[in-house]
Design a protein around this ligand. Sequence first.
Ligand code: BJ8
Length: 397
Amino acid sequence: MNAKESLIPLFNDEFTGQPPAKRLLAHLQSKREKNARLVGIYCGYAPVELIHALGLVPATLCAFANSTIEAAEAVLPANLCPLIKSSYGFIIKDTCPFFAISEAVIAETTCDGKKKMFELISQYRPMHVMDLPQLPDEPEAIESWTVMIGKLKGFLEKTFNCSASDADIERAIKDANEKTRKMNLVFDYLALDNPGVGWKEMYDLFFLAQSATAAEMAPVFDDVLAKLEKRKQDGYSHGAKNAPRLLVTGCPIGGDAAKVFTIIEETGGAIVAFDACTGMKPYMQFIEEGTGNPLRALAERYLKVPCSCMSPNNMRLSDMDRLVKRFRPDAVIDVVLQACHSYNVESHKIGKHVQEVHGLPFLKIVTDYSQSDMGQISTRVEALLESCDKGGKPCLR
Ligand code: BJ8
């Protein structure tokens, strides 16, 4: 039996090997059985700490399946981002199990397509739209976003007939910081020369942590960290030893878009950093504790989410610097979902930064949720990995 066959999965349960959403759904259903009430979220700007402080549970809604796009295109234009089309298709086909058990939805004014899609689905659940300031460096931005988080609090309190004191929010902030701290201990294992974990197991963790509190995650983290340490001691490497290390940045990736991760690993690359809202972005910042104004502390943390809807989005470059320093990638891949104009335009700046400041090869992949471009992506990733072997620094666009 080789090392891989004898390996104990990080999550060794009835959901092992299944899509990570199944384990998350089971977690949320068990919460519902204990009378918890759920709030649907779509975006990295939704302040989940506030939801927890109110005694509610955040549920990330479905957005990553090609199968719901055809139905969506009966209403939405075909040349729209697949994430928006898929989200909408799930709602009109009534196939998102997380939406089915959510009693309200939080939306944000991020990109235009999402904003307009939210209008269309607002008829299905009580919805609160947060007006996101998009010039984060302007002094009014923090004032405005603090007000918006306060308005969200009012909406949730009214809709769910609940309340949260400053002390409740402060407790939720501490819990979130603990989750961030533990998650970063896991990330330390990706920074090793030969990481002992691949994208699927990382996604098992990312998915569950979207909704669970640090207290609920504590036994999971203990177990995962112990297994990762054992893998390290055993000299286990998820892929080939000394495989080229890839930092993947860009649009959120999940479900059918995760084909890119599969291709990278099958082509011989090791993914060492997941720079997206579906990966490490929620764990890049701590929230200031004990400020006396926890809503503002939340606003400060969420204004630092480096989304391409922000202008300028300088945080994305400084986060990139931190990630490159910590995870030492040999190349960077920017994944842009088709018709996502903001990430697509921003890609030029990211590529230039990666090559000129860090001297790393850069590959931009524009894709959707179909599987038809897998061969072409595979060829381009292979070329990138070869260039890493040769120490080349091409820009493959
Ligand atoms: S905070 S990245 S989760 S908006 S990919 S729908 S931007 S056209 S998903 Fe996102 Fe929040 Fe930003 Fe994160 Fe529009 Fe682009 Fe589609 Fe996007």
